[in-house]
Structures are given as C-alpha cells and as structure tokens.
Design a binder for this molecule. Structure first.
Ligand code: PEP
Length: 246
C-alpha cells in the first residue's frame, strides 16, 4: 500500500456554474473510492451547492484576519462552519495578481488552520526563475515563510502543491522527472526538520495536468496527486485524471 493516500483537487478559479456543480458531482460521486480523496475548489458562490452535492469542498483563498471590517473578504471559520474542509493559500494568481506576499500567505495558512481547515500551500517558480536555476531557492523560501512563522509542525495538517508558474494554464507541463526532482527536494527539506512529518505529507503537482500526462506524473514516488485547473472544468477529463491517481 502507498504510504500516502492519493489526492486530486480541482481549482475552478473564477469559472463554473450550478449546472457544472451538478454534472461534476454526479461524475465524482460515481467514482468515489477509499484509495483517493477528490476535492473541488469552486468560486465562493458555489461553495454551498458543492458541499450539498457530497463532494469534499475547498475555498480558493481565505482572509488572514478574524471577523471584522474587511469588506469583500471571507472568514475561515465561517467556511468551516458551512462544511468546507480545505483552503488554497498562495496560489500563484493570488501571489502575482493580488500581490500576496509569502508573509501574508503564512498568515492565511495560520488562520485557515486555526479554524480547522486544511491549508493547501501552493509554491512554485516563474519561468525566469526556472531558467536562471532558482527553482529550489524560490520554493524553499516560500515554504520557509510558513515554517519560520508557525514552526515545521504546522505542516502536519496541510498539503503542499508544487505548481511551476510557467506550467499553469500554459499547456507546458513539467516532465515527470522534473516534477519529481522538485517534490523530492521539498520532501527532503522538510525531512531534515521532521522525517515522519515529511513522509506523511501530501505533495501535489499542478500545472497543465490533463488525462494524457497525469498517469506518468502521479507514478513518481514523491508526487501524491494533482492540483488541476483547466481540466477540472470538464467532467470526463477530471474523472480520467482522478482514476489515473488510484
Ligand atoms: C491551477 O490553477 O492551479 C492549475 C494548475 O491550472 P492548470 O491545470 O490549468 O494549469
């Protein structure tokens, strides 16, 4: 038996509809299996419908603050009370479009966790950083921002998603070997602080995963599943990706 349970998560970004919740939940509920956790991250207005459909549900972001005067923000505890189980923190679109720093992302991680949500910490380098050999440095700094603020033990009830920015929504995927090397780097880095925690930690790959490339990516020893964007909006593709992780 694999050391870690497979996980496939779908990030709908600012896409989706009530009809898609219905189609996708029917498809996912028909392949439910103890071998894999399937989670969907719909936009906020669809969260309640997704929970009601029986699919494990995540939020695409959470506020780093407790309730108060933060117009437009969404509180982690409220999401937990609704039945949300996971929260993405540090997705590259939040980092680049909304200028979320690694420091703020660590605060969001802490707030999600203290409300009982499982944070999915997204990390990854840009194309320029990859080309200049900075991948490990960038990924390590993004993880260290959480470790420095909260301690390594905070990673116990979390998931890490390695998503090279140059692969997100571009159709360019990291090769299985390239992705495995970064996943191993992440696991080894955390193992140097807490080996048991690192062995139990789910690390997902994200970046143009589709039903044609998922099987080889998920077969890598340190890749425990995927965070899927575009292909999580098509039931047939997403189900095929989930099945390839079993
Ligand atoms: C994502 O948004 O996290 C993502 C990986 O997108 P895509 O699969 O479309 O590259």
């Amino acid at each position: 038996m694999a050391i870690r349970k497979a996980m496939v998560a779908g990030n709908w970004k600012m896409n989706g509809s009530i009809e898609l919740v219905k189609d996708m939940s029917d498809a996912i509920n028909s392949i439910k299996s103890p071998e894999i956790d399937v989670i969907l991250f719909p936009p906020f207005p669809l969260v309640s419908a997704m929970i009601a459909s029986g699919v494990i549900t995540g939020a695409q972001t959470v506020s780093e603050n407790t309730p108060g005067a933060f117009t437009g923000e969404v509180d982690a505890q409220l999401l937990k009370d609704l039945g949300v189980n996971y929260a993405l923190v540090g997705h590259s679109e939040r980092r680049s479009i909304y200028n979320e720093s690694s420091d703020v992302i660590a605060d969001k991680f802490a707030r999600a966790q203290s409300a009982g949500l499982i944070p999915v910490l997204c990390v990854g380098e840009s194309e320029a950083e990859q080309e200049s050999g900075q991948t490990e440095h960038v990924v390590a700094a993004q993880i260290d921002a959480v470790i420095k603020k909260l301690g390594v033990a905070a990673l116990k009830d979390s998931v890490i998603a390695y998503e090279p920015v140059w692969a997100i929504g571009t159709g360019k995927t990291a090769s299985p070997e390239q992705a495995q090397a970064v996943h191993k780097f992440i696991r080894d880095k955390i193992a140097s602080l807490d080996s048991d925690l690192a062995q139990g930690l789910t690390i997902l790959y994200g970046g143009s995963v589709n039903e044609k490339n998922s099987e080889l990516l998920f077969a890598q020893p340190d890749i425990d599943g995927g965070l899927i964007g575009g292909a999580s909006l098509k039931a047939a593709s997403f189900v095929a990706i989930c099945n390839s992780a079993k």
